[in-house]
Ligand binder design. Structure first.
Ligand code: TPP
Ligand code: MG
Length: 377
């Protein structure tokens, strides 16, 4: 039988490479302490800076996405990962490139963390033919078989049973890849969530359920929607391992996610990871989030994972104001390149609208457009 644990875990690996990395950090006086101390668990400085750069990239990409939406370059629904970057990057780093990822509609950061070219992600947002889904999917329906991002789902919980199917396929074929299935905390109250956890545990499927507890589903708090707001405990109903992690601490997320993913890979055991974070903005780009109190907003701002990480690295001497500015400039250049690529890309040909409905021909597949008659004479 597996066990469940409650307390958020912090990185705790021992330092081993202080000498190797001394040359690559800016303030070598602190290196021994920094790399051996509990704060960084022995991670090397380039690694720490890489995590910072990746989180900042998602932040700037999402801010630019919001701006493009206001300029009417992007249409439809659009949900951002602002405030969740530490979880997105931490989990992304814990996965192998061949592991599969399912997400909900709040997915742009995950697409980037999975390694999809930023230009293709922005092009999908712009609805252009060079996008991940040839421009027909948009913000909520990115898909890329090469990097194994299997969507992007607009229906709350729609991804969860499908992730079980992918995990079953891995098991059936005898591979050692793992499926990570991301969702929000609001999703843990739907029936398909419970059915999926049950099957995953019964059949020992290699899947990690990643619950982003940003404490809000649209405008409803987790306390108002969940009879058991300690979501990691839901795992125990299925004799599955459940963990809660501070979702604003990128190292802690990477460590716990790695442990759960590698256990799933080795032993075919599913697990649930609850990552507690704070939504910095409204539910989607058009939500001014007036339902939130000023206090709630300031608590969220205090937990901004990028500011926290920036300050930790600054204090430790891994980052300086100058190197932070250089990283910022590089990130902005890369985001601009993604936008330029999207802007210059063609719109899809309307004649291809129905080409990707199904992978194989399906009898009676309707090609009816809004306004077309139900029956042709
Ligand atoms: C089946 C279904 N019901 C309702 C909705 C409308 N809806 C979209 S997002 C959302 C809230 C989900 O909250 P959560 O799972 O916490 O994810 P978050 O948006 O916080 O990432 C709802 C109710 C939907 N898309 N699908
Ligand atoms: Mg939520």
């Amino acid at each position: 039988m597996t066990t469940t644990t409650a307390a958020p875990r912090k990185s705790a690996r021992k330092a081993s490479k202080a000498a190797d990395v001394a040359a690559s950090v800016e303030n070598t006086a602190d290196v021994e302490n920094l790399l051996g101390g509990p704060d960084f668990g022995g991670a090397d400085a380039n690694d720490l800076l890489g995590l910072y750069t990746d989180m900042l990239f998602i932040r700037r990409f999402e801010e630019r996405t919001a701006q493009a939406y206001q300029q009417a370059k992007i249409g439809g629904y659009c949900h951002l990962n602002l405030g969740e970057e530490a979880t997105v990057v931490g989990v992304g780093k814990a996965m192998r490139p061949t592991d599969y990822l399912f997400t909900n509609y709040r997915e742009h950061g995950y697409a980037l963390a999975k390694g999809i070219e930023p230009g293709r992600v922005m092009a999908e947002l712009y609805g252009r033919s060079t996008g991940t889904s040839k421009g027909w999917g948009g913000s909520m329906h990115m898909y890329d078989t090469q990097t194994r991002l299997l969507g992007g789902y607009a229906i709350v919980g729609g991804q969860v049973p499908l992730a079980i199917g992918a995990a079953l396929a891995i098991d059936y074929r005898g591979g050692d890849d793992v499926v990570v299935c991301q969702m929000g905390e609001g999703t843990t109250n739907i029936g398909a969530f419970h059915e999926s956890l049950n099957i995953a545990a019964l059949w020992n499927l290699p899947v990690v359920f990643l619950v982003i507890n940003n404490q809000t589903g649209m405008g409803t708090t987790v306390e108002k929607s969940s009879a058991e707001p300690d979501l990691w405990k839901r795992a125990s109903a299925y004799r599955m391992r459940g963990e809660r992690v501070d979702g604003t601490d990128v190292l802690a997320v990477r460590e716990v996610a790695s442990d759960l993913i590698e256990t799933a890979r080795r032993e075919g055991k599913p697990a649930l990871l609850e990552a507690v974070s704070y939504r910095l903005k409204g539910h989607s780009v058009v939500d001014p989030a007036k339902y939130r109190t000023e206090d709630a907003v300031s608590v969220a701002v205090e937990h901004d994972p990028i500011v926290l990480w920036h300050n930790r690295l600054l204090e430790a001497g891994v980052l300086s104001e100058e190197s932070a500015a250089a990283i910022e400039a590089d990130v902005k250049d890369r985001v601009r390149a993604a936008v330029d690529f999207a802007d210059a890309s063609p719109h899809p040909d309307p004649a291809t609208l129905f080409d990707y409905n199904y992978a194989t021909p399906v009898a009676g597949d309707s090609h009816r457009l809004p306004g077309d008659p139900l029956f042709t004479a």
